[in-house]
Design a protein around this ligand. Structure first.
Ligand code: 13P
Length: 393
């Protein structure tokens, strides 16, 4: 089960002078191609789902596929929410299985950015999930011509970065030093002095957004100055697009499978090139040996009720499914009745937590405390509760 803690993965990259790709996916073809590249190169990899792309695919469906791909992999994988815009986005992503989240409040005022990031970090860390923040502003839109959405690049200030990281406790920082999202015309000019100063001041893994269009030498200098994660999308989308155009040109009557033929190879070749260039190729075993495995915990309760009112018991269970299912770190909640009429315990709750940390944060969460004290415990005096670590996926 090679889903691993993304903090351990990126700490290893940071300490060993290479960068892991955070490759944004928009379809099954991307997932398969990225994972095939990671296996071929024995590289750690981050499957990244950008909130701005959720209009192109069903996030929950894609999460199931990403998670299954990670579970089947032999290389270490993390699943990351890219550019999450709100606290609610972060909770939804964690409960759906992301084990890394980005909170992007970089267009807010400094204080607004700090406030939202602190709130997300506090919640995510209680779920064992590391957080990437962004300070400064990387303009442009993934998958489009950067020039069409210039905005103003706002460079990350070294002083603000120190305060931001100290106040928010983010695990990784996305910095703005001259890259833009999307297709570039010409070579971007990067401020490496600024990057070096930020790295010296912070000593945490740094992240570069807008990886498309940078030169080999620029990538090397970024990594030499603390960049341990590189976000990459447009070049993959363009490689797939070029293949589809070529397919149509070769056969104007091509159907769906004819049009998309070969795009996985096109994406995979580009991902493999990046893995070699960024130095993550061949690091899979080393990362696995230092990383916490990302395994859920099952909170199991079996109980009997002291009342005869079946409708009240059903209402209590259904209220619990709704309220408790929204608590950060709860992946799944199932209520059940015993199959055997003479079973020693007649009812059950099965609550799946994303990580062991959630045992404590769930127990103390106000919604859980209110539900347990007002609706559950008064009728379920006879009960057994145990948390089980899952051994295998
Ligand atoms: P590119 O699309 O420029 O590669 O940037 C991707 C990115 O930064 C995703 O967050």
């Amino acid at each position: 089960m090679p889903l691993v803690n993304m903090r351990d993965m990126l700490q290893h990259a940071y300490a060993n002078g290479y960068a892991v790709g955070g490759f944004d996916l928009v379809s099954l073809d991307f997932i398969e191609a990225i994972m095939a590249a990671a296996e071929a190169k024995q590289s750690p990899v981050i499957l990244s789902l950008a909130e701005s792309h959720f209009e192109y695919y069903d996030f929950r469906l894609a999460m199931q596929a990403a998670e299954l791909a990670a579970q089947r992999a032999s290389v270490p994988v993390a699943i990351h929410l890219d550019h999450g815009a709100s606290f609610e986005s972060a909770v939804t992503a964690i409960n759906a299985g992301c084990n890394g989240v980005m909170v992007d409040a970089s267009q807010e005022s400094f204080n607004g950015n700090v406030a939202l990031t602190q709130k997300v970090v506090n919640m995510a860390h209680q779920c064992g999930v590391p957080v990437e923040g962004e300070l400064g502003y990387v303009a442009g839109v993934e998958g489009d011509d950067a020039e069409k959405h210039p905005g103003d690049v706002v460079y990350t200030s070294v002083e603000e970065a120190k305060t931001y990281v100290a106040q928010t406790q983010v695990d990784f920082l996305a910095v703005s030093i001259g890259t833009v999202h999307g297709r570039m015309q010409g070579e971007p000019v990067l401020d490496f002095d600024r990057l070096k100063q930020i790295n010296d001041a912070l000593n945490i893994p740094l992240v570069i957004h807008g990886g498309t269009g940078l030169s080999d030498d620029q990538f090397k200098q970024l990594i030499a100055n603390g960049v341990a994660k590189i976000n990459y999308y447009t070049a993959l989308a363009d490689a797939a697009g070029a293949q589809m155009c070529a397919n149509v040109k070769a056969n104007a009557r091509a159907g769906y499978t004819g049009i998309v033929a070969g795009i996985q190879d096109a994406i995979r070749n580009e991902v493999e090139r990046c893995m070699d260039l960024w130095g993550s190729s061949g690091k899979a075993d080393a990362v696995l040996s230092v990383s916490e495995k990302w395994m859920p915990v099952h909170h199991v309760i079996i109980y009997n009720v002291d009342i005869d009112d079946d409708a009240q018991v059903r209402r209590m269970m259904s209220e619990g499914e709704t309220v408790l299912g929204k608590i950060p770190g709860v992946r799944r909640i199932v209520t059940g009745n015993a199959v055997q009429e003479n079973a020693k315990y007649q009812f059950t709750w099965l609550v799946e937590f994303v990580h062991e940390n959630v045992i404590a944060s769930y127990r103390d969460h106000t919604d859980h405390v209110a539900f347990a004290n007002n609706l559950f415990r008064p009728v379920a005096g006879d009960r057994i509760s145990i948390d089980y670590r899952q051994n295998h996926f």
